[in-house]
Every structure is written in structure tokens, then in C-alpha cells.
Design a protein around this ligand. Structure first.
Ligand code: DX5
Ligand code: ZN
Length: 231
């Protein structure tokens, strides 16, 4: 999917707007951009796969013209195939689907790529990395959940660290170059462990969005991630 290997010593922040103030979303997005975030992570929840409801394609469409940041849509929904065209049309640059809901995961990932969107696959804390072996060559990124999906502000589950390290080993052994993303409880006290294990795309919601401190929080988190990557 990506032509050349990317620089794994340069971790990137994907700001999860779930923790933002939605009444001032444009300002919140500006702040994370100034703080050095590289992606906007939009959490789509349907009240079925996860016990929470957020938003759908209209919000992606509303955000698209107000930022140059790539939009990373994390679909925590059942039957993602039915909605992929709408998210692509709305302006998503990257779409990830949960392995647990995809009966035909290969087809779903191909469906995303056919819409000119970079495909990603997500695994919950209880889902083994090995369930992805056959699809690793076709994904742009693998998202390792470090909380059970549904809510921001949950406690980081350390079992994610070994899964990230195993994925990084597989990437090397298989000669692939997908990115490794991690989502849930990534904060100032956990970021070094996931970066050292091999994650490059760091989703952060509650650790970043804080009234009056968003820009500073994003910058501090990125600095910690960079320090861990070069240590
Ligand atoms: C949880 C979502 C996350 C969430 C992360 O299901 O997928 O993206 O916003 O929030 P924090 O960073 O607060 O754990
Ligand atoms: Zn997410």
C-alpha cells in the first residue's frame, strides 16, 4: 500500500476528537494541529458493536473542509461494508474496521481500498494478532486496542504492549510495511512503552483534549513519544 518503508523513529499522534469540545470543534482541531498532531482520529460507534453511539458520515463531511489533517475513521460498527462508501464519500483518508465484526475481512479491506481509502484492521484486547496473518499484506495499518472499545478515558491495558511487539516482529519477518496504531489510554505515562514496542500511530483522546491545554498536551505527548523512539 505504501511505496517505501516509513521512518519508524518518527511516531505520530492521531488526536481522537471523542474527548474534544464538540461545540468548538474547529478550534479544538486547530489546537491539536498546532501541538503537532498528524491525524484526526474519528471514532464511529453504533450502539450495537459497542455500548455507545457517536456520529456518522455527516460529521466526517463537516470536519473535512476545516482541516488538512488526514482523517482516520475507526469504525466500531456492525456491518461496516454498508457504510464504507458513505465514509469514503464524506472524506475519510483512512478507514479501519474491527476484525470481530467482519465475516469476510479480506473482502471488507478490499472494499475500503476500492474506494481509494487506506484500509486498516482493528483488534480488541481479547483478539489474537494471529487472526490477521493472512490480511497483513493488504493493510496500511493495524490498530491494536489497548482498552475495550466504546469510551474515552479508560485505563490502558498492558497486554497491548506484547501484541504490538509481536506485530512489529511479524512485519519484519514478512517484509511488510504496515503501520502499527494503538488506541486507548495512551497518555504521558504509557506512551513510551507502546512506542518502544513498535507502535508509530498513537491515538490519544483524553490525554490531549483539555480546556486551554490541548496544544501543550499534544506537544508534550509527541515529545515523549519521540524521546522513546530514539532512546
Ligand atoms: C475508544 C476509542 C478511542 C478513544 C480513546 O473506544 O476507540 O479512540 O477516544 O480515548 P482515550 O485516549 O481517552 O483512551
Ligand atoms: Zn478509536
Amino acid at each position: 500500500m505504501i511505496e517505501k518503508p516509513f521512518d519508524t523513529t518518527a511516531p505520530q499522534i492521531a488526536a481522537s476528537v471523542l474527548s474534544a469540545d464538540f461545540s468548538k470543534l474547529d478550534r479544538e482541531i486547530d489546537e491539536v494541529l498546532r501541538g503537532g498532531a498528524d491525524f484526526l482520529h474519528l471514532d464511529v460507534m453504533d450502539g450495537h458493536f459497542v455500548p455507545n453511539i457517536t456520529f456518522g458520515p455527516p460529521v466526517v463531511k463537516a470536519v473535512r473542509p476545516i482541516t488538512k489533517l488526514p482523517i482516520d475513521c475507526h469504525l466500531m460498527i456492525e456491518d461496516p461494508d454498508a457504510y464504507i462508501p458513505a465514509f469514503a464519500e464524506a472524506g475519510a483518508d483512512m478507514i479501519s474496521v474491527q476484525q470481530e465484526v467482519c465475516r469476510h475481512l479480506h473482502r471488507t479491506l478490499q472494499h475500503i481500498a476500492d474506494h481509494n481509502v487506506l484500509p486498516g484492521v482493528v483488534i480488541n484486547p481479547a483478539t489474537p494478532v494471529d487472526t490477521l496473518l493472512e490480511v497483513l499484506p493488504m493493510v496500511h495499518y493495524v490498530l491494536v486496542m489497548s482498552v475495550n472499545p466504546g469510551f474515552g478515558g479508560q485505563k490502558f491495558l498492558p497486554l497491548a504492549v506484547d501484541k504490538i511487539a509481536y506485530l512489529a516482529e511479524l512485519r519484519e519477518a514478512m517484509g511488510l510495511n504496515f503501520r502499527i496504531e494503538v488506541d486507548g489510554g495512551v497518555a504521558h505515562d504509557t506512551v513510551a512503552s507502546v512506542v518502544k514496542a513498535g507502535a508509530e500511530m498513537l491515538v490519544a483522546g483524553s490525554a490531549v483534549f483539555e480546556r486551554g491545554k490541548t496544544e501543550q498536551n499534544a506537544r508534550e505527548l509527541l515529545d515523549l513519544a519521540r524521546a522513546a523512539a530514539s532512546a
